[in-house]
Ligand binder design. Structure first.
Ligand SMILES: [Zn+2]
Ligand SMILES: [Zn+2]
Length: 279
């Protein structure tokens, strides 16, 4: 029998995942995931539904969020766990950044139209459905449907990838602001997949602002990255987390499969204790 494990980093249709919170929880249950963390981009909108589904499926849910931040030309993703997501002020703090995404997606559609790609904003909205943070995946889907390209890679390369002609950069909060936001609402700030877009010195630097944890295990961390960040966490006294970053499997997707990253439950217990200590 396998040890029970957690997967603390997954996405739903509330941001850019493919499965609804209920579908995700059911799949997690079928895969034998004991504890599941949902960390949608810049929104908590999937969590209420997830709580219900998790209770029915007998899965322990770890409520989370993944905030997109920027410092210079570095894109940093900051995870926040166990925030008080029912707090009335939280929505307002987050909606600024979501509206920004909305305007950005809209500007990208305008640029695409100028480039002769005849997709409509209405269709992009339809594709996004009840997703709270509209983004490039929805725009890409609209382009695919119209037959202008045959793969996501092609679309990102030709039009909407970073530095491509229809790309519009986002205005983001800084990692320091994101850490403060998570702390302000009683959550634990954790840097996501540091081997992809940060380095040990930068993680060290963020502890000055109150960073409490490091995502050590991630589907795109190799063994060396795991060792590096595990030792760093031990040295700095930071909590350790991990997850697959599951988005639902789709073509050209580099994210891991649900449950492919197995986080020891002892790490979750430590995370929970730290969150309780803040309340
Ligand atoms: Zn990320
Ligand atoms: Zn993610």
């Amino acid at each position: 029998m396998q040890e029970p494990f957690a997967d603390l980093h997954t996405h739903t249709t509330a941001s850019d995942g493919k499965l609804t919170p209920t579908e995700l929880i059911r799949l997690a249950s079928a895969r034998g995931v004991h504890t599941l963390g949902i960390a949608d981009h810049d929104t908590f909108h999937g969590l209420r539904e997830a709580q219900k589904a998790a209770a029915e499926a007998g899965i322990e849910l770890v409520p989370g969020i993944e905030l997109s931040c920027q410092e210079g030309d570095r894109d940093i993703h900051l995870l926040g766990y166990y925030l008080d997501f029912d707090h009335p002020d939280l929505e307002e703090r987050l909606s600024f950044f979501r509206n920004e995404r909305f305007h950005r997606a809209r500007k990208m559609v305008e640029k695409l139209r100028e480039l002769g790609i005849d997709i409509s904003w209405e269709r992009v909205l339809e594709i996004a459905g009840d997703a709270q943070s509209i983004g490039r995946p929805h725009v890409a889907q609209a382009i695919l449907e119209k037959g202008y390209a045959s793969s996501w890679d092609e679309i990102f390369e030709k039009w909407i990838g970073d530095h491509a002609p229809a790309y519009v950069p986002k205005a983001k909060m800084t990692p320091q602001e994101a850490i403060q936001l998570v702390l302000d609402f009683g959550g634990i700030p954790v840097i996501a997949h540091p081997a992809l877009n940060a380095d040990p010195d930068y993680v060290r630097h963020l502890t000055k602002y109150g960073l409490r944890g490091v995502e050590v295990l991630h589907s795109r961390h190799d063994e060396e990255a795991v060792q590096t960040y595990r030792h760093l966490a031990e040295e700095l006294g930071l909590l350790m987390t991990g997850g697959s970053d599951f988005h639902g499997i789709r073509e050209g997707d580099e994210h891991g499969d649900l449950g492919s990253v197995r986080v020891p439950l002892a790490w979750v217990e430590a995370l929970k204790r730290a969150a309780h200590a803040l309340q």
